[in-house]
Design a protein around this ligand. Structure first.
Ligand code: ATP
Ligand code: MG
Length: 586
């Protein structure tokens, strides 16, 4: 108890508890590693693994990563970092048709953006499941040899119908008792392209009466005449995910294979398969072990690649990086930050119980991080002219505004005060409601960083719309000068000079879906889409933003956090609102 280990300060969760127990009991002390993935004979030529643990993040490159993946990335890469281990990035590309290089590149960029890499001790641990096709084929052959796999010529329909139910056992396939020699021959012919898609599958021979349906002779290889993004036309048979995944883990010497709860029922097959391959001398001890955690469910969005693909393909959003999308590239464009995601994943923790996290929790984390990191600037989102009548036409005076209220070391900027200013429409009311402390005839407010002014009235156009607010300033009340607070006011409003302000377009984002759990009450989650989830407005910016560039982030005082969009140019400033200052949703 008096000897604190460095891990004592880390957030605890059940996976950390397992890892710490494993390390303490020297479970991996003899584990070998030979510089890259491989089978038993390969690793036996290596030396004791310097990585204390090995985890992996195994995305399928069939889309861009989403916020749910961020949880898994922080977990897997974070654990490796904390326990002096390695985390592999493995592209799970066993599904030839939907995968491509664009997604591979996007995933790599996203993980780097979150601050992680896959290097450990001079090895770059970036792998492709398709690199193991040969070894997977051998593994399947070894199962056939040992009588634990057979080629089934039944149709998919017949196989499905003979699986039985949760209360009744399945029926044996007529091909189940075929001899290994016959199965080997058929499997080889499958590989050589002799048969059409779906003509037969290779099945593991386990137990057709198992209470776990996944053990009722699951298919492990299928015929698919399709071009693969890496192996091209080399293969026309592909391993099933449930067969491929444990083998990938074992070849990569993974110690803790962490996945989401849906795979809990697959764990017995995972263990069955690796145990057989250990017996067949293809793998070494200690075998990888699978641990499941609850996936991230976030309200008001969908976190499923299938659905995100649909949103993109049906043009319901402007591509994968639309700032409303819960993808990591969308979030980045929206102005969400890696530090914000880190805080978020720490705050939500890791558990075994499924739950929903409110979207506002994510926004709160972004606010907290951006509050620290963002410089302040002024923007008027809904401009109305304010004229200071008792100033001369050519009046100009510098006002000093801190770049960050809590960080004086970041210094101050100057904003020019002129006779005509832009203020927010909402900061004036001709007939004030109760507790309204801003501009109305007769009232005094402070022009932030400038003077106190007294409102003297307004001008309207012929339709009665207010087009100008009028006021007079009070000398000797300038912020930061002695006696400036001699006049006490309750309102403090922001402004920019009409002469110096910059024009910009801001996109204000709202929730992408109108309901907390899209698709739960409606027939189709697409019925719940919020058609007004983006609003574009013309705004006025303080002159100091003249050199703003894509991905620059600021707090616009009284409004929230904003980021310069990737398509912004100096002639055509485009800005995205990341999040408001306070939660205005509820
Ligand atoms: P989706 O259902 O969105 O298509 P997936 O699991 O099929 O997700 P993969 O690319 O296979 O997508 O996922 C890579 C890893 O990310 C897996 O280990 C998976 O468990 C994890 N992951 C996916 N979605 C979530 C989520 N919502 N929360 C936590 N982890 C997730
Ligand atoms: Mg998947």
């Amino acid at each position: 108890m008096t000897n604190p280990s460095p891990t004592n300060t880390l957030p605890s969760n059940f996976i950390r508890a397992v890892i710490e127990k494993n390390i303490e009991s020297n479970r991996f002390a003899e584990k070998k590693w030979n510089g890259k993935p491989g089978d038993k004979s390969h690793h036996n030529k290596g030396s004791i693994d310097k990585a204390k643990i090995r985890t992996r993040f195994p995305p399928e490159p069939n889309g861009y990563l989403h916020i749910g993946h961020a949880k898994s990335i922080f977990l897997n890469f974070g654990l490796a970092k904390d326990y002096n281990g390695a985390c592999h990035l493995r592209f799970d590309d066993t599904n030839p048709e939907k995968e491509n290089e664009e997604f591979v590149k996007g995933i790599i960029d996203n993980i780097k953006w979150l601050g992680f890499d896959w290097n450990f001790n001079n090895d770059s641990n970036l792998y492709y499941a398709s690199d193991y096709f040969e070894l997977m084929y051998s593994a399947a052959e070894s199962l056939i040899h040992s009588g634990q796999a057979y080629v089934d010529k039944q149709t998919a329909e017949q196989i499905k119908n003979s699986r039985g139910t949760l209360t009744t056992p399945g029926k044996d396939s007529p091909w189940r008792e075929n001899q290994p020699a016959e199965n080997l021959k058929l499997f080889k012919e499958m590989k050589l392209g002799k048969y059409e898609d779906g003509a037969m599958v290779l099945r593991a021979k386990i137990n057709m009466a198992s209470p776990n349906m996944n053990l009722r002779d699951p298919a492990i290889y299928r015929i698919k005449h399709a071009k693969h993004h890496k192996t091209e036309n080399q293969w026309c048979i592909y391993p099933m995910y449930t067969f491929a995944h444990p083998i990938e883990d074992a070849l990569e010497s993974i110690t803790h294979s962490i996945c989401t709860l849906e795979f809990e029922d697959q764990r017995p097959f995972y263990e069955w398969l690796l145990k057989q391959l250990l017996k067949n001398d293809l793998l070494n001890e200690p075998l990888p072990k699978q641990y499941e955690f609850a996936r991230l469910n976030l309200t008001y969005v969908v976190l499923s690649k299938r659905r995100l693909i649909e949103l993109v393909e049906k043009n319901l959003v402007n591509g994968w990086d639309d700032p409303r999308m819960p993808t990591l590239i969308g979030a980045k464009r929206r102005g969400y930050t890696p530090e914000g995601f880190k805080l978020f994943t720490e705050r939500i923790g890791v558990s075994k119980a499924d739950s929903w996290i409110d979207y506002s929790t994510l926004e709160d984390c972004m606010r907290e991080v951006l509050n620290e990191s963002s410089n302040r600037r002024v923007a008027v989102l809904d401009p109305l002219k304010l004229v200071i009548n008792n100033l001369p036409e050519e009046f100009e005076e510098d006002c000093l505004a801190p770049n960050h209220p809590k960080k004086p070391e970041l210094g101050k900027r100057t904003i020019k005060l002129t006779k005509e200013l832009w203020i927010e429409k909402a900061d004036f009311m001709e007939e004030p409601e109760k507790k309204y402390f801003r501009l109305f005839p007769g009232n005094q407010v402070r022009l932030r960083y400038g003077y106190v002014v007294t409102c003297t009235g307004c001008e309207k156009d012929k339709d009665g719309n207010i087009i100008k607010v009028l006021c007079e300033y009070l000398p000797n009340t300038k912020s930061g000068t002695p006696g400036s607070d001699s006049v006490k006011v309750k309102g403090n409003i922001h402004w920019v000079s009409t002469k110096y302000a910059l024009d910009a377009e801001v996109s204000l984002y709202d929730r992408l879906f109108k309901t907390e759990h899209p698709g739960k009450k409606s027939e189709n989650y697409l019925d719940d889409i919020n058609l007004e989830s983006v609003k574009k407005i013309k705004i006025k910016l303080e002159e100091n933003l003249v050199n703003i560039e894509p991905s620059d982030q600021y707090q616009f005082e009284r409004h929230g956090y904003f980021i310069c969009d990737q398509e912004s140019t100096s002639e055509n400033l485009k800005i995205n609102r990341t999040v408001t200052l306070r939660d205005t949703w509820k």
